[in-house]
Design a protein around this ligand. Structure first.
Ligand code: SF4
Length: 189
């Protein structure tokens, strides 16, 4: 049976592979132990979608569970506009769009197309600036990049694999104060 990878892991793994391991260790713990400002903002960004109040249009699908058997990934989309085929991922503030953000959105796209939905457009919606940011549909090269990336996640071994530790990332990481790989302090505490 396929061990499905969560769509949110795609972004987190790009940020730091070790954070995936820490997430598994601490996911049962009290969220107050590690939940920091960006994650709180992220939760706020998804609240209207999760409660299906982000749009009153009946043709808009919100918080729809999706999966790809072929890629072995699963998660939820934010909003899919069935009338135009536009798939939108809401973010609280996107100062910079990282590869992990694209992987998350591409992952949603690949799940939806495999499930039979006609997705014609992709976009991020930045809540803090009320801005829609169009994203190109992934092609063959992006699909192959995604497949290689998912293989890397599956093969990652936190006890043996070497990964770069970036103090600046650590300062902004929710697991900073619990992580044995760094001595820096989290900026949110
Ligand atoms: S604190 Fe640093 S090394 Fe530890 S999980 Fe976070 S980003 Fe990775």
């Amino acid at each position: 049976m396929t061990d499905y990878i969560s769509l949110s892991v795609l972004n987190d793994f790009v940020f730091c592979p070790y954070s995936i391991y820490l997430h598994q260790v601490y996911m049962e713990a009290d969220e107050d132990l590690y939940k920091a400002t960006p994650q709180t903002q992220g939760s706020i960004a998804h609240q209207p979608v999760d409660s299906k109040t982000a749009s009153s249009r009946k043709s808009n699908l919100m918080s729809l569970p999706v999966y790809s058997e072929v890629l072995g990934i699963t998660g939820k989309i934010d909003i899919f506009k069935q009338d135009t085929g536009k798939l939108i991922e809401r973010k609280y503030c996107l100062k910079q769009i990282f590869r992990g953000h694209y992987y998350q959105l591409w992952g949603q796209y690949f799940c939806m197309t495999e499930m039979g939905y006609a997705v014609n457009e992709l976009a991020f919606y930045e809540i803090c600036s009320n801005t829609m940011i169009p994203v190109a549909l992934p092609g063959k090269a992006e699909r192959e990049e995604m497949e290689r990336f998912i293989q890397r996640i599956r093969a990652f071994d936190p006890s043996h694999d070497i990964f770069s530790i970036n103090a600046n990332k650590c300062r902004h990481c929710i697991y900073c104060n619990l992580c044995d790989k760094t001595e820096v302090d989290n900026v949110y505490t």
